[in-house]
Design a binder for this molecule. Sequence first.
Ligand code: F6R
Length: 364
Amino acid sequence: EKGGYDHFMMKEMTEQPKAMVDTLAGRLNTDGIRLDDINLDAETMKNINRIHIVACGTAYHAGMVGKFYFEKFARIAVETEAASEYRYKDPILDKKTLLIVVSQSGETADTLAAIRLAKEKGARVLAVTNVVGSSIAREADDVLYTNAGPEIAVASTKAYLTQVGCMLVLAMHLGQLNGEIISEEMKRLGHALLNTPELVQKAMESKEAVKTFAYQHFNINDLFFIGRGLDFYTCLEGSLKLKEISYIHSEAYAAGELKHGPIALIDDGTIVVAVCTQEKVFEKMLSNIKEVKARGAFVLAIVQEAHKGIASEVDEVFVIPNMDDDITPIPTVVYLQLLAYYLAVARGCDVDKPKNLAKSVTVE
Ligand code: F6R
């Protein structure tokens, strides 16, 4: 049932290129986005003035990427919040709000509670979920399925990747409806998205390099992830994945926040994974890398091909092909999934069934 792999997690990571194809199928055309499965039309969107994205764990991280995309491409104000926080607040929520929930299982108790709260206040609810007929799918007004196929491993991988894909597709759709996205941009993103299955495949082919790195460093107690913009969300996801399956303490920081506190924790040999795929902030990342290097950190950088020269500044580099900066979270997270996986395997952890965790959190 594991298809010849040692763990469901590896099987599911390997399935990611196909999952991405299935997520995009029928939704992405040469001239734009078509989402036949949902009923959000231009008329409805005229009455929407804000979006709330609510989810838990890994899905919450996909929601953060979503906020970035919605604001950039549809120019709509977005708040992203953990469902367990949202439901116990008094969020500014009315019939002009679109609530987008993200959930692999479609059964997460806090996320479901957020839907009920929003519906009480008259908001419209769109669910991005993987499980057809799940509670969340049934209670939402619209459902966009991730089409990732069944995910068994507790650590979410292909679901996350497809959630991010759905976020971009949705942002393009909304930008198209409200006229905020120009056709050039639409073409650029469409083209970039079509390339993602191949980019994910390439990332998976780097698994031996990631494995070698993991087996050299499995004895660590802490690991830091730093990044800016989209890379920061990838860091949050990589850090969560690492904690849950390898039990290594890790932190993810927006790199600019380092000097506001956490840099105090960087010592001789502390591993810092610096995700630097965003051209706009590349130089800023370089400065942050120099700061942690000056304190003795061992730095692993992830960069696009164009910046592979960073090798002279750091201890180790994983190079991804040059691509559109807006889609880098999709292949980059694969490296961090692999890193968590191999560190966990090297430490003898039960990768598919980490201690204290359940696949679906149906009680709060
Ligand atoms: C992490 C993980 C969890 C889930 C979270 C939400 O790998 O799997 O953090 O992402 O429990 O679950 P869903 O997406 O089913 O609502």
